[in-house]
Ligand binder design. Structure first.
Ligand code: EPU
Length: 353
């Protein structure tokens, strides 16, 4: 064995490894190099290896918001950094510092079982702690940005670690600087969450609880969210998918008025400047719910989710995506935008969920 191969083995780097197990759409592409990391020292050594070998680096967490469309060159790191630290600050506030590789739903369960409020509405969202800020995960009226105090990052080229304040992360609807200007330089290693020991429950989101239900508790809201999600969203361990495949589009008030005149049932939410439409409704009403195209399809209980029944590669899904986008555009004049991140990107590295 030559020296390089020996070095790669010591670092746990596998060559030409399948990514099948590391993306919930279950597409079978390869990583040129792949390593599963569970300690910071190992992560630093891998970044050093990639810099020395002039290899690009891509980090994957749960792989649940990811659309892999081709083999990935360079080093793919699977983030399995683990650990939860708790600091009860006073009678009202708790700080939880969570390593990036922790499973997100496990973090929610941990908080709810300790009676800490703030993330119960985000139960059962697939993926890891480190991926959550990248797309600012959200559900039932809550987004991770609402409870996130700081993010610990590692600088890809120097291996240095630092903390970034939540308010500086550029959080927006399913978006942050981690998806944008920082994507080539920073990977998330831990997140600090600010939770409450006694707080109001957020029940405003339609369909979560009956409007006048004052019996709700932290546990009942958590359970209700799990129940609603299990009814509407496919569990990726049984049916391959990447959650919502499209973002809910924003359109102008004028456009929404025209659409309302033609489609009185249009599901829309007025914001300050514009109007947000339910992409699931648009796709559903355009007749796509439950439809199949080759080995992929539109989920029959939630039209926003595309599922993979039997494909090994992404081509059929990309074709279905194009057909849906075209049909929604022709019917409503609305251009849908994809939610999951595509891999590989045309250039350089990317930090992904
Ligand atoms: N709708 C339909 N048909 C469908 C799906 C939805 O008519 O097939 C209508 C529903 O009746 C409802 C509206 O669309 O009036 C909104 O549907 P829902 O409450 O299910 O939420 P969503 O807008 O489809 C968003 C998030 C989900 C999150 C839910 C709940 C995005 C892209 N998706 O979906 O997030 O769980 O709200 O808060 O914002 C994810 O990001 O992967 C994800 C699942």
């Amino acid at each position: 064995m030559n020296e390089n191969a020996l070095n790669n083995r010591q670092l746990g780097i596998e060559q030409d490894a399948s990514l099948l197990e590391f993306n919930t759409l279950r597409f079978d592409y390869k990583a040129e190099y792949l390593a599963v990391v569970s300690s910071l020292a190992h992560l630093k050594a891998l970044l050093q290896w990639a810099n020395d070998a002039n290899q690009t680096v891509t980090m994957i967490g749960g792989g649940s918001n990811l659309l892999i469309c081709a083999d990935v060159s360079g080093l793919v790191i699977i983030n399995r950094l683990s650990g939860i630290q708790v600091d009860v600050q006073d009678e009202a506030n708790v700080m939880m510092t969570v390593a990036a590789g922790e499973n997100w739903h496990h973090v929610v369960e941990y908080a709810v079982s300790h009676h800490w409020y703030g993330i119960e509405n985000l139960a059962l969202i697939p993926g890891t702690m480190g991926a959550a800020p990248v797309q600012n995960i959200g559900a039932y009226g809550v987004e991770i940005k609402d409870v996130l105090r700081r993010v610990q990052v590692i600088h890809k080229h120097t291996g240095e670690q630092s903390w970034i304040d939540g308010k500086d992360c550029g959080f927006a609807y399913r978006d942050s600087h981690f998806k944008g200007k920082w994507k080539d330089t920073l990977f998330i290693t831990a997140v600090e969450l600010s939770l409450k020991i006694n707080a109001e429950l957020l029940l405003s989101y339609g369909g979560l609880v009956a409007p006048l239900d004052d019996q709700s508790t932290l546990l009942s809201v958590f359970e209700r969210v799990c129940e609603v999600r299990r009814q509407k969203l496919p569990d990726p361990s049984f049916l391959a998918n990447a959650g919502s495949f499209f973002k809910n589009p924003l359109i102008s008030k004028a456009h929404s008025q025209t659409l309302k005149a033609r489609f009185p049932e249009l599901v829309s939410f007025a914001l300050e400047e514009n109007v947000k439409l339910a992409a699931g409704w648009l796709i559903d009403q355009a007749g796509w719910k439950g439809k199949r195209h080759l080995g992929v399809g539109v989920y029959d209980k939630q039209a926003l989710v595309l599922v993979n029944y039997s494909e090994h590669k992404a081509d059929a899904l990309l074709a279905l995506e194009a057909l849906i986008k075209q049909s929604v555009y022709e019917r409503y004049g609305v251009l849908l935008e994809r939610e999951p991140v595509q891999l590989p990107l045309s250039s350089h590295s990317e930090s992904l969920s």
